[in-house]
Design a protein around this ligand. Structure first.
Ligand code: DON
Length: 563
């Protein structure tokens, strides 16, 4: 009897454990592979590619095309982004598929005759569209590092667009917002077979997008940048005030670049170099953190948040002053900015009692779009991919061509719009990121892979405009310094400072009111936000070959899928 009671208790406990691990914690385990993305249907596509024998790059290509169908706010073929790839032996590289300014772009193309910036021109009109890079980037990554045939990686997205999938509540919220005529393309985007707005739980099909994707599946990169699709894009631009031509599309190339590399207490950090500012700023801030005595500074204490804010302020000031497209800024001081000495110099004037003041005359942007998306992947051999791509704003420029069924980015808004004008509200005017034909606009996307003992250890990235750099930074620190498991590292309290505007943003409900008051007494101007970041991460225990994935719970449709 006693034995039975004991057994029942043991069973109850193990069921409870199973319940806690499967429902309350947001970690997923895998032995053979893992895909973490902002839509579970797309993570499943990536995992099916891994199960077929594809590697991490193959899965990234398939997942990214699938997200163009399931997550049209950010997943895309009309935008751009970056891949950081580390193979199982710790060899890392990156693919830059950032959008480019069209050949006809000019430095003052967004200025009114009176010199003021006309915001709609860089946000919602066709002039806001940069030459898309996504198809070229995924193609290049596949050509060089993929294993399975290209058509097998694009076809799942074709099928998802053609056969449809269940319309979810997040998409429905967007569909309701676009129901008026302000954005005519978007008002007609979410339709069912009967040409009325699709409702949650109905099947949503995208036949025009399926057709465009099938051309890319069958013809590769050229299917997008040459021939019929390119012609339709160029004609549409010409007739509707855009400036992208067939020549712009034909000339677009993705570029393989050496990663930005830094270290933190024996870990190797690999992240995106310019034209993203993410890697430089991340490494600069990690170097500053190495100077902190974490025996004395506790996680989430006033001192901790103050140090974070001051590190962010300094790194963002350097970003604003120095960074832009490396092919147009040949003398960027990247080695210096990412050196241990520079971090030491930047922290020399750190006052532990008082906030510094951001001065725009010595050396931020006002607008952060609210959509981009990140994918983290690991395959059975231990190769890892960290991919972030975007349309810039949620649903990009909110323009497109009904016949092609995809949305154009508004990435041109990431250039500095007015030479020499840097303001306390955060507009930046430094030369490094002014518009020039064929130049890539500065990004904050920070796809990152941390290596440990020559193997991938942490794969991480996030959307969030300039907050990306800081949310990735804090998640990396949470794992490396505070040894948090990946889900905790993602969900824990984050703050954001971007030099200008001189404001410390914190997550409402996650920072204690007493800490906030103490920070304000030190001179920090504070502002709350519901959440910062939508992080998608993986950690890898290479000794026991256990892959752990976690998707930020802020995205209800997101998912880590392992097997
Ligand atoms: O490249 C960049 O930094 C921005 N265009 C990213 C925009 C973004 O993350 C908006 N999403 N949340």
């Amino acid at each position: 009897m006693k034995y039975l009671a004991h057994q029942t208790k043991a069973l109850t406990l193990s069921l409870l454990f199973l319940f806690i691990t499967t429902t309350l914690l947001s970690q997923t385990y895998g032995k053979n592979g893992m895909v973490v993305s902002s839509n579970k249907l797309s993570s499943n596509v990536g995992v099916s590619v891994l199960k077929k024998g594809g590697n991490a790059i193959d899965a990234a290509v398939a997942t990214a095309f699938s997200l163009a169908v399931t997550l049209p706010s950010a997943g895309n073929i009309g935008g751009g982004g970056f891949i950081v790839f580390m193979d199982a032996d710790g060899e890392a590289t990156t693919i830059d598929f950032r959008e480019k300014a069209p050949l006809a772009a000019t430095e003052d193309m967004y200025l009114h005759e009176n010199g003021d910036v006309v915001y709609s021109r860089r946000r919602t009109e066709l002039t806001a569209v940069g030459v898309p890079g996504t198809v070229a980037g995924l193609y290049k990554a596949h050509q060089k590092y993929g294993k399975l045939p290209w058509n097998e990686l694009v076809d799942p997205a074709v099928q998802q667009a053609k056969n449809g999938f269940e319309f979810n509540w997040s998409l429905n919220r967007a569909a309701e917002n676009f129901s008026d005529t302000v954005y005519p393309f978007m008002a007609n985007y979410f339709l069912n077979d009967k040409k009325v707005r699709v409702k949650p739980t109905e099947i949503w099909k995208q036949p025009a997008l399926a057709n465009t994707l099938s051309i890319i599946r069958d013809q590769g990169k050229d299917g997008f940048y040459k021939g019929k699709v390119a012609k339709i894009i160029a004609n549409h631009m010409k007739e509707n005030g855009g400036i992208i031509t067939e020549e712009d599309l034909a000339k677009y190339e993705a570029i393989e670049r050496k990663p930005m590399k830094g270290t933190y207490k024996g870990y190797d950090i690999y992240s995106m170099p310019p034209p993203s500012s993410g890697g430089v700023a991340l490494i600069e801030m990690m170097n500053m953190m190495e100077l902190v005595d974490f025996e004395k500074v506790e996680f989430n204490s006033t001192e901790y948040v103050h140090i974070m804010a001051e590190a962010m302020r300094r790194a963002f000031a350097d970003r604003a002053e120095h960074l832009g497209d490396p092919d147009f800024n040949l003398d960027m001081p990247l080695d210096k900015l990412t050196s241990k000495e520079h971090a030491q110099n930047r922290f020399d004037n750190l006052d532990m009692q008082k906030a510094s003041v951001s001065d725009p005359t010595k050396y931020g942007q006002i607008y952060d779009g609210d959509n981009t998306t990140h994918i983290s992947i690991m395959d059975k051999d231990g190769n890892a991919v960290s991919l972030t791509y975007t349309l810039e704003s949620s649903y990009g420029s909110k323009t497109g061509i009904p016949e092609l069924g995809f949305i154009f980015n508004n990435e041109m808004g990431d250039f500095n719009p007015q030479k020499g004008v840097t303001t306390t509200t955060g507009q930046i005017g430094s030369a490094a990121n002014l518009i020039k034909p064929e130049k890539r606009m500065l990004s904050s996307m920070t796809p990152t892979i941390v290596g440990k003992d020559g193997k991938p250890y942490l794969v991480i990235g996030s959307p969030g405009g300039r907050t990306i750099i800081n949310t990735v930074f804090q998640t990396v620190l949470n794992v490396l310094e505070f040894e948090m498991p990946i889900d905790r590292a993602i969900e824990n309290m984050k703050v954001h400072h971007q030099w200008l505007p001189d404001v410390l943003t914190y997550e409402k409900d996650l920072l204690s009111p007493d800490t906030r008051k103490a920070l304000e007494a030190m001179g920090h101007k504070t502002r709350s936000r519901t959440r910062l970041g939508v992080l998608m991460g993986i950690t890898y225990d290479s000794e026991n070959k256990i892959i752990t994935g976690a998707a930020d719970t802020v995205r209800p449709d997101g998912g880590a899928v392992g097997y």
